[in-house]
Ligand binder design. Structure first.
Ligand SMILES: Nc1ncnc2c1ncn2[C@@H]1O[C@H](COP(=O)(O)OP(=O)(O)O)[C@@H](O)[C@H]1O
Ligand SMILES: [Mg+2]
Length: 239
C-alpha cells in the first residue's frame, strides 16, 4: 500500500492553500509536478468533478517518463482509478464501477489550439511548466475555469521562471527585483488580482499587495499565491 501525501514545506502548503490560483516554483526535482498531480486528484470523489492538466506538447505528456507515466506511478494506487490512456485521461469510479470524476491531460501547441477549448468548462485547471505557455494561452484558459460540480474552480501551476518570462513578471511581488531570488518570507503569501471579466489582455494587477475590499462590477477577483523553497533548499536563482 502506498500513501499519497505531500512533503512538508511548500508542497504541503501548495496543496492546502485556499487560493484560486496557486503557482509552485523552484528548481527541477523539488516535487512540483508531484504536487500538481496531487492537487488534481484531491476532489476525485466529487461527482462530476473534472480537472485538466496541460503541458506544452504531446511528447511531454506521453513519452516514456513523461507526465502520464508520472501520474501512473501515483494514481494506479487509488481505488477505483481507471486509466484511459487512449483518451489521455484517468476516470475515478465509485465502488459500483460508475464513473464519478476524471483527470485529463492535454497540450496547447499554439494559439491556434485555443478556439477548440471554447465552450469547455474546466473546474480544475493545471499547467505543468507554466513558462512554456504564452500569456495569451494562460489567460484564455483561465476564462474556461468554471465549475458546476460544487467544487470551486481552481488553477494550479508549476514553474521555474527565468527573468525574461511573462510568468516572472506576473509573480514579481514574490521576487526580489534586485537579486532575482524569491523573497523567503513571501512564499505562500496570498495576494488579490483583479481583471476585467473575460477581456483578454486587460488583466490588471493594480491591487497587488493589498486586499481590495471594493471593486467595480464585472471584475473578477482572483486570489493568487506563489510557493517555493527558500534559497539553499532547492530554489533556483536568477537565470
Ligand atoms: N510527496 C511526495 N511523495 C513521494 N514522492 C515525491 C513527493 N514529491 C515528489 N516526489 C518525488 O520526487 C521526485 C521529484 O519530483 P517532481 O515532482 O518530478 O519534481 P519537479 O517537478 O519539481 O522537477 C519524483 O521522483 C517524485 O515522484
Ligand atoms: Mg516537473
Amino acid at each position: 500500500m502506498i500513501v499519497l501525501k505531500p512533503q512538508p514545506g511548500p508542497q504541503e502548503q501548495f496543496l492546502a492553500t485556499p487560493a484560486d490560483l496557486a503557482i509552485y516554483g523552484g528548481a527541477a526535482g523539488g516535487g512540483k509536478t508531484y504536487g500538481l498531480l496531487l492537487s488534481a486528484v484531491r476532489y476525485k470523489n466529487v461527482r462530476g468533478y473534472g480537472c485538466t492538466i496541460f503541458r506544452k506538447n504531446y511528447n511531454q505528456i506521453f513519452s516514456e517518463g513523461g507526465l502520464w507515466d508520472e501520474s501512473d506511478k501515483m494514481y494506479r494506487f487509488i481505488r477505483g482509478a481507471m486509466p484511459r490512456v487512449s483518451r489521455g485521461r484517468w476516470v475515478f469510479c465509485d465502488r459500483y464501477g460508475y464513473p464519478v470524476s476524471k483527470i485529463s491531460f492535454a497540450h496547447i501547441d499554439s494559439d491556434d489550439d485555443l478556439p477548440s477549448w471554447q465552450g469547455s468548462q474546466l473546474c480544475g485547471l493545471c499547467f505543468d511548466e507554466l513558462t512554456h505557455f504564452s500569456e495569451k494561452q494562460f489567460f484564455y484558459m483561465l476564462s474556461r475555469n468554471r465549475s458546476s460540480c460544487g467544487v470551486a474552480p481552481f488553477v494550479r501551476a508549476t514553474c521555474n521562471p527565468d527573468a525574461d518570462s511573462w510568468v516572472a513578471k506576473f509573480i514579481e511581488w514574490w521576487i526580489d527585483q534586485d537579486t532575482g531570488y524569491p523573497i523567503p518570507e513571501r512564499s505562500g503569501k496570498l495576494r488579490w488580482f483583479v481583471r476585467r471579466s473575460n477581456l483578454l489582455g486587460r488583466y490588471q494587477r493594480r491591487t497587488l499587495g493589498k486586499v481590495q475590499s471594493q471593486h467595480p462590477r464585472g471584475e473578477r477577483r482572483t486570489q493568487i499565491g506563489y510557493f517555493y523553497h527558500v534559497v539553499g533548499q532547492g530554489q533556483s536563482g536568477p537565470s
